[in-house]
Design a protein around this ligand. Structure first.
Ligand SMILES: [Zn+2]
Ligand SMILES: [Zn+2]
Length: 628
């Protein structure tokens, strides 16, 4: 047993039947009922000494039978809480109570949970039931609970690695960062962070608009050895950050990946969809659903603000990035504070309907990575108000002419922002009451939003808490099958929102085939359009496009109206990027600019330098920067 666990059990003689790690947390099991119910003070004293989280649970041998526990929980929790499910993780002595009103399960200062704990000896956890049911969250749960003995073993091994060689001393060692993808480009984001003791991947993306080797981060270099990667950290679920992660597991990665719970759910969903799209394009998928479940089993979820060690000399904390549901900026403390690097991923320093704006106050920062998708000096985004007005007036005009509106969107982010705006416009009479069809995956992603109101903007969160959940509005109609899709295509005026955002594969292409030739219809492009994509061609004025159809190609005349609207981007515009750094606290000493087309990244870097007089760099793919 590792030193740290031995020290703890020695301080609690005869009371601990087993001491385990769950990642960086420590879990003690006891067969002593009294100690389990009343041992909190003694545990707190130890926590104060070692500065690590310790949780006390009852040994599985003294646990009360599941049926009795279910009955007791239903007696203790008031009926208004509306319990929808009770799940048991037998190997970790945890019972998860899923309810529509989780606050009522917790009780005042946790009083109801305490009562459950006392009467059942299980460790109770509470989860909000999603307002919209989603198959993917059910699947994820079944993956996590099906083999929870393996999960317990895995979490323990992660902890053993973290604590072997763990110290509270400040390190004097080096740290460096290598760009494996996403340098001077958008797509395949991936950094390798190395210290004397750790190798960590930050994001593992795929460039969906590229082909061949250029799709993937560059792994074919001597310093990348999959068996030596200690941890992966995902900033958010977009494929250009998460897309290759299941493949990493397929290739033999066995360690943990850290991310928020919504990112876990959405990245799994996007990965499953990615497999489906590959089949439709008649190409062999890169990975299978088995690899996706492997990823889920190896995921460790963190909340914003939760500090955790991931290796002996690296500690991370996630902060809201304001970009999409669950998106995080990763504050990375290297060598007990000898260097602090913020990987801000993709972020929005501005409020949206959906999310609060990105955090830019950190305990300490020496260097920061910053995206530059809209970093060029001409990328000042129009105001939200103007953008929304322009958007609504175009949609209204089209509907009044009897046309249909097609909104190709990334499944996650801008799509939800648009949905919320349309819902409000129809509710308040700004738009005629036409159906808004939500095709396939976007619906599932909406469902995931309803399960995590704590990650949404305070405004939307309050609406949900007051039973006015905008995501469950009757304005939205789900399209889930080819038959339903045909009805939409043949039906009257409507708004259709579908993936892919760049019209590369996915449902949006299916609608495009039928909508393109009618001049009464409207296409609004609003997300980033990668070079070479159909969306980019249209954005640049092309009115004849070639699309793929079951392995062959087809040419389409585009007579429909094509418009660009990008004021509602989930990325920061030029001014927001400049303001983020200007108002940042503390000021970084170095800014690493990536995730943008070359000219935009360079332009942002030179402007940031002029405005702040701090070192800026725009590394190319494969360049390595020394952090300390
Ligand atoms: Zn993103
Ligand atoms: Zn991105």
């Amino acid at each position: 047993m590792l030193e740290i666990l031995k020290n703890i059990t020695d301080r609690l003689p005869g009371l601990v039947s087993e001491a385990n790690f769950e990642g960086a947390n420590i879990v003690l099991y006891t067969k002593n009922e009294n100690f389990f119910v009343e041992g909190e003070t003694r545990i707190k004293n130890i926590v104060n000494d070692i500065k690590k989280r310790i949780e006390l649970r009852a040994d599985t041998k003294i646990l009360i039978d599941k049926e009795i526990v279910e009955k007791k929980i239903k007696e203790i929790v008031p009926e208004e809480a509306e319990i929808t499910d009770i799940l048991f993780d037998l190997h970790r002595s945890i019972v998860t109570i899923e309810a529509k009103k989780p606050g009522l399960v917790i009780g005042k200062q946790g009083s109801i949970l305490d009562e459950i704990k006392r009467q059942t000896l299980w460790a109770p956890q509470v989860q909000r039931s999603a307002a919209i049911k989603s198959k993917i969250t059910d699947n994820i749960r079944s993956v996590l609970y099906a083999k929870n003995r393996d999960r317990r073993k895995f979490l323990h091994e992660v902890g053993e690695k973290i604590y072997s060689g763990w110290t509270q001393e400040k390190s004097t060692g080096w740290a460096r960062l290598t760009v494996l993808g996403g340098g001077r480009q958008v797509g395949r984001s991936c950094f390798l962070l190395q210290t004397e003791n750790s190798k960590i991947l930050l994001d593992c993306g795929i460039d969906v608009a590229s082909s061949g080797e250029d799709k993937f981060p560059v792994f074919n270099i001597p310093e990348f050895d999959i068996s030596q990667i200690d941890a992966v950290i995902l900033s958010h679920a977009h494929l250009d950050h998460s897309g290759l992660l299941p493949y990493l597991y397929k290739m033999g990665y066995k360690g943990p990946t850290y991310m928020t719970a919504p990112t876990r759910d959405i990245s799994s969903l996007l990965a499953m969809d990615f497999i489906g799209v590959s089949y439709k394009q008649a190409s062999a998928p890169l990975f299978s659903s088995t690899d996706v479940s492997e990823m889920v089993k190896k995921t460790i979820c963190l909340n914003y603000g939760e500090v955790t060690d991931v290796t002996p000399d690296v500690r991370i904390t996630l902060y809201n990035a304001g970009h999409v549901l669950g998106s995080a900026q990763v504050h990375i403390n290297i060598g007990n504070g000898s260097h602090n690097f913020v990987y801000s991923g993709d972020m929005k320093y501005g409020k949206t309907r959906l999310l609060d704006q990105a955090v830019n106050k950190f305990p300490r920062v020496e260097s920061i990575q910053i995206e530059s998708t809209y970093g060029g000096k001409n990328d000042v985004l129009p105001s939200r108000k103007d953008t929304e007005e322009k958007f609504l007036s175009m949609v209204k005009e089209t509907i009044e002419k009897g046309g249909k509106v097609l909104l190709p969107e990334l499944g996650l982010g801008h799509a939800q922002e648009t949905l919320l705006r349309v819902e409000e416009a129809i509710r308040t009479g700004e738009l005629p009451n036409v159906p808004m069809y939500v095709d396939g995956m976007i619906w599932d992603i909406n469902a995931i939003h309803t399960a995590y109101p704590d990650f949404l903007s305070s405004n939307i969160r309050n609406q949900i808490f007051q039973d006015n959940n905008p995501f469950t509005s009757t304005v939205f109609k789900r399209v889930g099958s080819p038959h339903e899709r045909k009805e939409v295509i043949e039906g009257g005026p409507c708004i259709v929102i579908a993936t892919s955002g760049m019209l590369v594969g996915g449902a949006s292409v299916e609608y495009m085939k039928h909508f393109a030739e009618n001049e009464n219809n409207l296409l609004i492009l609003s997300c980033y359009q990668g070079p070479g994509s159909v969306g980019r061609q249209l954005q640049e004025g092309a009115r004849k496009i070639t699309i793929e159809e079951e392995g062959t190609t087809k040419t389409l005349d585009v007579n429909m109206r094509v418009e660009l609207v990008n004021g509602l981007s989930p990325h920061s515009g030029r001014n927001e990027l400049m303001n983020y750094v200007r108002n940042m606290n503390p000021r970084p000493k170095r800014i690493i600019v990536n995730h943008g087309e070359v000219s935009k990244s360079l332009d942002l870097a030179s402007s940031l330098y002029k405005a702040n007089r701090v070192e800026t760099t725009v590394p190319r793919g494969l360049e390595t920067l020394r952090l300390r």
